[in-house]
Design a protein around this ligand. Sequence first.
Ligand code: NAD
Length: 518
Amino acid sequence: MLLHSGLPLLLPGFPRLFRCASTSTATGTVQLQQPLNHRDGARVQPCDGSHSEEVYEPATGRVIGKCLFSGEKEVDLAVQNAQAAFKIWSQKSGMERGNALLKAARAIQEQREEIATMETINNGKSIFEALVDVDISLQCLQYYAGLAGSLAGQHIQLPGGSFAYTRREPLGVCVGIGAWNYPFQIACWKSAPALACGNAMVFKPSPCTPISAVMLSEIYSQAGVPRGLFNVVQGGAATGQFLCQHPSVAKVSFTGSVSTGIKIMAMASHGVKPVTLELGGKSPLLIFSDCILANAVKGALMANFLTQGEVCSNGTRVFVQRGILQAFTEEVVIQTQKIKIGDPLLNDTRMGALINQPHLKKVLSFVTQAKEQGAEVLCGGEAYVPDDPKLSNGFYMSPCVLGNCEDNMTCVKEEIFGPVMSILPFDTEEEALERANSTCFGLAGGVFTRDLQRAHRVAAGLQAGTCFINNYNVIPVELPFGGYKMSGFGRENGTAAIAYYSQLKTVYVEMGNVESVF
Ligand code: NAD
């Protein structure tokens, strides 16, 4: 076990944020400590806003505290704090910014288990996965810390000794708005490149998962960045709107659903603000008869059941070539039934609880509808009650594999965002590609085959921002991540993200006399 015998009353490093009873496991014991906004370098109570929502621990169904939604005034104060910090931060060298990011990465490393534990308690995902999320997050800070010192423009020689150069300048105050499935990682993926480029940020996490962004904000403060450089305002749609519409905000980077993304884009258009949209998906995974079957089965599980299936890039439409349909299906069902569901803070748990009761109901209703439309439930798809009595009100379901699926079924067309895999037989490569691409989404896709040429042909043919060959959902921070079609635009991670958090200024330098045309 990871943390568990005698967890201290207060999780180290965050004494004001969390209170935790001393038991053999932290599940069912943590209470949130207010306040949860963090601006100007300190945790503050929002100065306005009348609404609040309960925050849950999905593993137990327990309310662990309240998320107080910030009003327009609070949002304005956070933006002002960020503007003040931007003046200082944007004058620093890349190396100086990189050093601060490295310090923050080291602090994340030191607090790795506390952060992962809180992520698990608030999100419901297994501690095994939450630790990986934290590792990827700190790698993101390290990566952009490394890039910060080499951000540069160009020098261009022009006729007569004149020349020009470009300056890569920050945008100003950027807004980050996050979803609830990867709360800490999303906050890092947005803030690390933004800060490396010299911007300040106001971040709004999902009200379902308000906690870990506050931990990140405290870490940035501890790392010595100017007060107000990274601020957290809590809230829902209205708070998000105040942020997007604020005249001093230069850019919005959003991760969430397509429907909210459309609203964000419309709001940003009024201020002609650039947006990055990381939206939903319904990605295809193509499994050819010549694949290594064991790898394809493992890949299909990776493509469907991480974080209880609540992953935007999931390959939920699993196209299987008819020759191996039976063998693949039998094995995938066997392996799916072996997934250990339960207390997400236990080291050997591989599937925890879904984010909340309404979402669990929605996912289960997709399974019901799939059955009504003719799909066959090959395993799972039911609410699950773990043996441990303290988990009896948690939001669990058994991972589901659907057979007999057809392209026009709702379970095949719509993003379910839960542990539901749909298996679809196919005959030819051409047919599979055409069916894979007949969707409005384009976030990711995958192919399992031993045929090298086919692998690359399929990757080239898939209309998606990320394609996996003989694996799935491996997302290193060095590589750009983002969508085609209605899955969004702009890229996070890799050197590509720099373009979305900076702007180029061209400076022309005349070395002779002005030759006027007048
Ligand atoms: P959501 O769109 O409901 O909410 C996302 C965020 O937007 C939350 O912080 C929410 O409070 C805020 N918000 C809601 N309405 C708003 C408005 N009108 N103006 C401004 N902000 C507003 O999404 P969710 O349910 O939190 O997350 C699930 C969705 O996110 C899924 O569709 C999933 O595919 C997508 N997602 C995409 C990626 C990616 O990288 N492409 C990653 C994770 C999740």
